[in-house]
Write a protein that binds this ligand. Structure first.
Ligand SMILES: [Zn+2]
Length: 68
């Protein structure tokens, strides 16, 4: 377990919303085993925004599509 550095500051986590639909984001992990990365998912837009070093990157062009 080495996900501590991926933790988003609670005050920040409380205010961030999807930049596209302003909806709430769901905490999630993407990947397998040791290569899991934190991300924030929007079920409405079907996008997953990356979290880098505990900082959410809320840019649609950098988001991963969760549509499959
Ligand atoms: Zn959205």
């Amino acid at each position: 377990m080495s996900q501590s550095q991926q933790t988003i500051e609670p005050w920040l986590r409380g205010i961030i919303r999807c930049p596209q639909c302003k909806g709430e984001l769901t905490d999630a992990l993407h990947g397998d085993g040791d290569s899991q990365v934190a991300e924030l998912r929007c079920d409405t837009c079907r996008l997953a925004y990356p979290v880098e070093g505990g900082v959410p990157v809320l840019l649609a062009e950098l988001a991963r599509s969760t549509d499959s």
